[in-house]
Design a protein around this ligand. Structure first.
Ligand code: HEM
Length: 363
């Protein structure tokens, strides 16, 4: 049998091939370096954000969230009354019950910080919808955020970095930041006028960022949401201010007497209301819809509760809810993902460090 003839490839230019391979490697390495921010030290990358959260926290806290590090897990459910279907076709708004995994926390990178380290409390929730979708949200106890853009938030973090001499943020740097960023005024004024709550149970939690809801007729509505407590608000007491972990102790005690409830209140924007600026509240006169009741009936430590390995990325949304044009949302998604990646890696490689902190200075 005759073999088919193979065409002669001609003379091989070995240096040319090596140069081509070298060029490909250089392009790839350049891509990695650019993404990591090594080529553009002034560019705000996600790694730079998370590295700065770590630097501001002082010592490393392996296995913990890089922000809102101090917290606890909760479990419960959401009872929808069906009213939310007027705005969104998301299955969670049909009448019925949706299981919820959640997490209460206080901002900051230190899981052992005193509860008074921030006037803000937070509640993050993951709704497990009947059709397999999820709705994740992270809410703070202020109706507005301090800053408008990710870059401003980064500058705020730098301004709040503790001075090595005192261990506390330099008041002059913070003052200069606020003076240079007047968008922070609504947040500052709100915090001044509303002393922190005496409990995690009697605070309202706001989604702050706007979202786009789509109803069954394909009409889109700009919406913000809040969880409004049934437990009446009371301000923090002087005795509580002296207790490092009063929030968890108070929550455990309240849950022994029965479940805690919040109402999911949806606020609908009017044309012209800003959807891309979390520093601005919409007028009070906007339509509010009570979409149902959140019931929390169990709390667990964050070291072994179900919330530990959840990334409460606010852009994980069911069909019927989409992110708005608020620039904070994409930055949050990227930052939470990297924080999650680092903390779950540490958890997997060194479970003992997390355990040490759990048994450590939490009193
Ligand atoms: C550019 C803006 C922001 C950045 C870079 C940022 C960064 C972070 C990071 C790194 C975490 C830890 C995430 C994890 O490891 O799971 C976190 C947690 C959290 N953030 Fe933000 N954040 C931003 C804006 C906001 C806003 C506007 C809100 C309020 C609506 C918010 C509320 C929360 C809450 C509630 C948590 C705790 C979630 C949990 O309990 O797991 N953040 N943030």
């Amino acid at each position: 049998m005759t073999q088919p003839s193979v065409p002669n490839p001609g003379p091989v230019c070995v240096p040319c091939r090596l140069a081509a391979i070298g060029a490909v490697v250089l392009v790839l390495a350049g891509g990695f370096a650019y993404t990591a921010g090594w080529l553009t030290p002034a560019r705000l990358t996600t790694s730079r954000f998370i590295n700065t959260f770590e630097a501001v926290a002082g010592q490393p806290h392996p296995g913990y969230r890089r922000n809102h590090a101090k917290g606890l897990c909760v479990e419960g459910y959401f009872d929808s009354n069906g009213n939310g279907t007027a705005l969104s076709r998301a299955v969670v708004f049909a009448p019925g019950r949706t299981p919820v995994t959640g997490r209460f926390a206080v901002p900051g990178g230190n899981p052992s910080a005193p509860d008074t380290s921030s006037p803000v409390r937070s509640l993050a929730l993951q709704f497990q919808l009947q059709n397999g979708e999820q709705w994740r949200t992270g809410m703070n106890s202020t109706p507005v955020f301090a800053v408008h853009t990710p870059a401003q938030f980064y500058q705020q973090l730098l301004a709040a970095k503790p001075d090595p001499a005192t261990g506390k943020p330099d008041p002059a740097k913070l003052k200069a930041f606020y003076a240079a960023n007047p968008e922070t005024l609504p947040f500052q004024n709100w915090v001044k006028a509303h002393p922190p709550s005496s409990s995690l149970a009697n605070a309202a939690y706001y989604g702050i960022n706007a979202f786009r809801f789509t109803d069954s007729a394909d009409t889109t509505h700009a919406v913000r949401w809040a969880m409004v407590p049934e437990t009446p608000y009371a301000p923090i007491t002087d005795a509580q201010k002296a207790e490092k972990n009063f929030l968890q102790a108070d929550l455990d005690q309240r849950l022994q007497n029965g479940p805690l409830r919040w109402h999911l209140v949806l606020t609908v924007a009017q044309p012209g209301d800003p959807t891309d600026d979390a520093t601005l509240q919409w007028p009070d006169a906007r339509q509010h819809i009570d979409a149902g009741t959140l019931v929390l009936d169990r709390a667990m430590s964050q070291e072994d509760g179900a919330c530990r390995d959840v990334n409460f990325d606010p852009t994980i949304l069911p069909a019927g809810i989409k992110p708005s044009d608020d620039p904070l949302l994409a930055a949050r998604s990227a930052a939470y993902a990297l924080s999650y990646k680092r903390r779950t890696r540490e958890e997997a490689l060194h479970p003992e460090v997390h355990q040490t902190q759990a048994n450590g200075d939490h009193s």
